[in-house]
Ligand binder design. Sequence first.
Ligand code: TA6
Length: 301
Amino acid sequence: MIPHLKLITKQILSPSVLLKEDKKANQYVIIDHPQVNAAFALHGGHLIHFKVNKQQPLIWTSPIAIYNDQKAIRGGVPICWPWFGIASSDLGKNLPSHGFARISKWSIADINEQITGVILTLILNANHETKKIWPFDFKLTLKATLTDRLKLELITENTGKIPFTYQGALHSYINISNVSNIKVMGLNQKSFNKLTDDFNTKKGNLLIEQAIDSIYEKAPDTIILKDLDFKRNININNTGNNAEVVWNPWIDGAQECVDMHDDGYQTMICIESAVLAPRGQLVEPSSRHIFSTKLLGTSLT
Ligand code: TA6
């Protein structure tokens, strides 16, 4: 799956699910099921591979991604939480971009293997380290349903006594044949272009012909990514979110990333299910909020 990691098996968790470790003792859950192959790094609770049997991988991960316990992995589905982008200045200085969930160590809560695939549940609880930078009690759960489709649900529970507001994203890097062969249909017409600081209202399909970093108001219905060379549509359904973020760094952006080849931008596009400012999401004590993304590849022939 990720050959250069040279993983060693530590434990059989269920018939198709192994716990493996790399030479730096970072742990991975590897799923090799007749219907689906997938891999998660427990660092970040980060999906780094997803492929349905007889299909192209649905998720892109950089072949030169850096795997250590400090940095977010380039590609897959980073979990941005409890903020998105740069942290608000009230929280402090030098805080990690896109929150701390993607650079924290998660634990396995449950594995449910079935004929159709595997449901894996990972958790991250508030702890001494998280409290230093975000003073709230929480339980964050990622429920990953890995079948002929990929469904990721992120459940934020407030386990403390004071309300909090969070932002987040399931920052999916989708694997495409080439950025010039795709179009994205079904996004909301209203968006904010972070590269030019402009609000836009635009009808029609999105073609990627230059760098894009845009926040779309939540799509009214299914988003469809049509990939002509892979001869597939990817249907994307998001729930509980208030926005979708579309990102492709193009060549200049890829060159700035140490963990991405210069031409890496050609075979990925991020279409993210996100909960963003200005509202974010308020979670009262003893309450929870869920947002999700579901990706289903269907053949065009
Ligand atoms: O989701 C888009 C974005 O926030 C971009 O602004 C871009 O920087 C990207 O995420 C990647 O961020 P990262 O911190 O993972 O390098």
